[in-house]
Design a binder for this molecule. Sequence first.
Ligand code: DX5
Ligand code: ZN
Length: 216
Amino acid sequence: MNIKIAPSMLSADFSNLERDLKEVEKNGADYLHVDIMDGHFVPNITIGPDQVASLRKTIKIPFDVHLMISEPLKYIDRFADAGADIITVHVESDGEIKDCIDAIVKKGVRPGLVVSPDTSLEVIKPYLDHISMILIMCVYPGFGGQSYIPESTEKISACRQMIGNRNIDLQVDGGINFNTLKEVVEAGANVIVSGSCLFKGDMKENLGQFKKIIKG
Ligand code: DX5
Ligand code: ZN
């Protein structure tokens, strides 16, 4: 399986953002994972659509936009216009999930759904024929640098089974590092988000190490 790597810019040095994100781009990352937090759905705040649009001018790899906001439907168009290539929405957020998926698709963007650690995969089932990606949170959303929740592995395997032969990517986010990467890949994840591990030290070396572990 073709495994993709999506460094999470949450762990970049925001005083040197362009420098750090260029390192991501030029060293073979597949997507830039962009975490959007509103201080309401999660107890942290990041950036909005205007900042995403600015980044889009210099960073050309696909933007994978993870919305951790209470009312995603209100902002989907703005993130799409800002240059998102993938938009993922938490099933725990307010409003109709299907309306969010439709709004994303209407903008020509790939739609995905996210489940937090305490949310059952069952919630995703009704939408399987309408989404391009499922994101399984392996930590409680809100902050980088947390430890991988071990129960996530079983959930990833179950999700891979649930996907069956559908063309849906299975993304994992939270606590993925040199020690946990192999386990999530073996369980069936094929899009790997990682923040604190990849941005600590040298991005080129770290991405190389990730690729080596993935190859096995
Ligand atoms: C957390 C974010 C993650 C975060 C992951 O809520 O969704 O994308 O940046 O960070 P690490 O890889 O450090 O756990
Ligand atoms: Zn994320």
